[in-house]
Design a protein around this ligand. Structure first.
Ligand SMILES: Cc1ncc(C[n+]2csc(CCOP(=O)(O)OP(=O)(O)O)c2C)c(N)n1
Ligand SMILES: CC(=O)[C@@H](O)[C@H](O)COP(=O)(O)O
Ligand SMILES: [Mg+2]
Length: 618
């Protein structure tokens, strides 16, 4: 619960309507209280901290100015929407953030009428807000649609596709570009440099104070624009890229001056047509450690704000991500044709060491998954050996590029698919539950599911050495603690491994669920086969198991529909072998947020669930 003593003004706010009752002078006080509340709350629950600290004033100003929820606020990614959640009636539930049954980490349409659009993946805001604006126009409804998008999210093709359309449609849309000069790590690309030029160039430097004053004192914008539109815009920033795309550009303005923001937004509110407001913010604002190191404070676990996050080396069992990062450096040392590509997820994918060691062979393409795949294809055409490290959920966006540009041309690109299967607190937008299903149907792909970290390393070597497209998919978790080979030894392609010989039941495990499968097998005296490859499937082992056991159980951390178990069923059907089959996997619905362990247990994929399901079938 919020302590009234600590947050006297914030504790009076139960909805945006209450915000709108505040005087302008109270808004900076509200911002201070919100920032303190955010730090206190997120340091306990974990979540996305730095981006939220940076958008406090902007969020207050938006709710203060616009008639939400009638006017639509569409947050891009949504990792910066905590102030929005707090102001729209969810303050007292913030302690449940990202926990099972609690508030989602992103805006979600069924969580609140103020969440105009469900998000999690980047760069959808302009398209969605444009859709809402066009719908309002068609229905004859007068309301604003506002997209709030970061400079990182602005690097994606989707954002440009929507801008291109918006400028042409002349729809009633406001795009607020929240420019903090950061993605998760440093932002990249020519667009980023262009935005920096807008901020540092002589025009902005000399006009900054002047233009701010012009805007603060100008009469209501509609009237003003009628009188001198071109003149004023010319005074602020002439000829921006956004103007060329058909949006009226305003700014850059200070995103931490809440009163100035309100005045600016009120002016823009009175204008029609597509507008873009360039707002400059500081990621991590107000909390020293996060201001200095916004990357570390982008997404945090719980920590003591007095101490800050302690980045000890930690030792212990490595995560699959770390295993990939180590393998990448070792493989790069062994082969100078190796190049590595990330769509803006350097740290999350374990590539920081590689990026420092091999800067010329490291390519952060921005939030551009589609481009990442096609770029890799182009490099492979010229004899390089690209490794694309990508989260399972974000690979969904590059599906056509994978099929059309990589696999159809049989190019040797290795996908290191992290965050496969159950992910956890980020919820369904970030779940990697579908990849086996959507990869398995692509002719010519090799798909590997390591059961432990050593196998992960060996599978990466296997995929790398193949002269064809290959994928290794691994979860967001620590390994099992097995010893890891130092070399770069491949595995025999398409060969499963019998891990336990039993009778009656044969468990065919794909990936890290081998561990609970082995535990269950000890109780049931079942055979366990570590299948390793979803494609090519070890058909010999599958057929043999079917012929010598009463029940075949397939286990995977992918949805059952179309997953690895389906591959087994198809194999049996193809060979006209009849067997009793039990498919264990993720359910045929989107799983909500919670810890990985909770979500696996909910799906019946912990030891107890697996055992119960098999016994029930027996
Ligand atoms: C399609 C997709 N790719 C990658 C991500 C991971 N991701 C989340 S936030 C983020 C950085 C966004 O930068 P920006 O829009 O500038 O927001 P900031 O964190 O700086 O406020 C990235 C890469 C994502 N959510 N969606
Ligand atoms: C919002 C977003 O997409 C990322 O910040 C994501 O939450 C990172 O997830 P990991 O913590 O698994 O790297
Ligand atoms: Mg940013």
């Amino acid at each position: 619960m919020t302590h009234t003593a600590s947050y006297p003004l914030l504790s009076r706010i139960h909805s945006p309507e209450d915000v709108r009752q505040c005087s302008l002078n109270e808004l900076p006080v509200l911002a201070d209280e919100l920032r303190a509340f955010l730090l206190e709350s997120v340091s306990r629950t974990g979540g996305h901290l730095a981006a939220n600290l940076g958008t406090v004033e902007l969020t207050i100003a938006l709710h203060y100015t616009f008639a939400t929820p009638e006017d639509r606020l569409v947050w891009d990614v949504g990792h910066q929407s905590y102030t929005h959640k707090i102001l729209s009636g969810r303050r007292d539930a913030m302690h449940t953030l990202r926990k099972k049954g609690g508030l989602a980490g992103f805006p979600k349409r069924d969580e609140s009428p103020y969440d105009a659009f469900g998000v999690g993946h980047s760069s959808t805001s302009i398209g969605a807000a444009l859709g809402m604006a066009l719908a309002a126009r068609q229905k004859g409804e007068k309301r604003k649609a506002v997209a709030i998008i970061g400079d990182g999210a602005m690097t994606a093709g989707m954002a440009f596709e929507a801008l291109n359309h918006a400028g042409d449609e002349k729809a009633d849309l406001l795009v607020v570009l929240n420019d903090n000069n950061m993605s998760i790590s440093a932002n990249v690309g020519a667009m980023n440099r262009y935005l920096a030029r807008l901020l540092s160039g002589p025009i902005y430097s000399t006009m900054r104070e002047g233009s701010k004053k012009v805007l603060e004192h100008m009469p209501p914008m509609r009237e003003f624009m009628r009188r001198a539109e071109e003149h004023v815009k010319g005074m602020i920033i002439p000829g921006t890229l956004f103007e060329e795309l058909g949006l009226n550009y305003y700014g850059p303005v200070d995103g931490h001056d809440v009163v100035g923001l309100v005045k600016m937004l009120r002016n823009l509110q009175a204008m029609d047509g597509p507008l873009l407001l360039h707002v400059v913010t500081h990621k991590g604002r107000g909390y020293g450690p996060a201001e200095e190191d916004p990357c570390t404070y982008h997404g945090v676990g719980s920590f003591d704000p007095e101490q800050g996050i302690q980045n000890g080396k930690g030792g212990g069992t490595p995560t699959y991500t770390q295993v990939f990062g180590d393998w990448l450096c070792d493989q790069a040392a062994a082969d100078e044709q190796l190049v590595a590509i990330t769509p803006a997820m350097c740290e999350g994918s374990g590539m920081r060491a590689f990026a420092c060691k091999y800067p010329d062979r490291y390519h952060d393409v921005g939030i551009a998954e589609q481009h990442a795949l096609t770029l890799a294809a182009g490099m492979a055409c010229e004899g390089l050996k690209p490794v694309v490290a990508i989260y399972s959920t974000f690979l969904q966006r590059a599906y056509d590029q994978l099929i059309h540009d990589v696999v159809l041309q049989d190019l040797p690109v290795l996908l290191a698919i992290d965050r496969a299967g159950v992910v956890g607190p980020d919820g369904p937008t970030h779940a990697g539950n579908l990849d086996l299903s959507f990869l398995r149907c692509i002719p010519g792909m090799v798909i590997m599911t390591p059961a432990d970290e050593n196998e992960c390393r060996r599978m990466l070597s296997t995929g790398y050495l193949l002269d064809q497209p290959a994928a290794v998919r691994y979860p967001r978790s620590k390994g099992t603690g097995v010893a890891i080979d130092e070399g770069l030894l491949p595995l025999p392609l398409g060969e499963a491994q019998v891990r336990r010989k039993g009778k009656g039941v044969a468990i065919l495990a794909f990936g890290t669920l081998l561990t609970p499968a082995l535990e269950v097998a000890d109780t049931l005296d079942a055979t366990v086969i570590n299948m390793r490859f979803v494609r090519p499937l070890d058909e010999t082992r599958v057929l043999e198991a079917a012929r010598t056991h009463d029940l075949i159980v397939t286990i995977e951390d992918n949805v059952v529909a179309g997953g690895a178990g389906s591959a087994v069923a198809e194999c049996l059907a193809r060979h006209d072998v009849t067997a009793r089959l039990l498919h264990l996997g993720l359910p045929d619905r989107f799983q909500s947020h919670g810890t990985r362990e909770e979500l696996l247990a909910d799906a019946g994929l912990d030891k107890a669930g697996i055992e119960a399901a098999i016994k029930a079938r027996l």
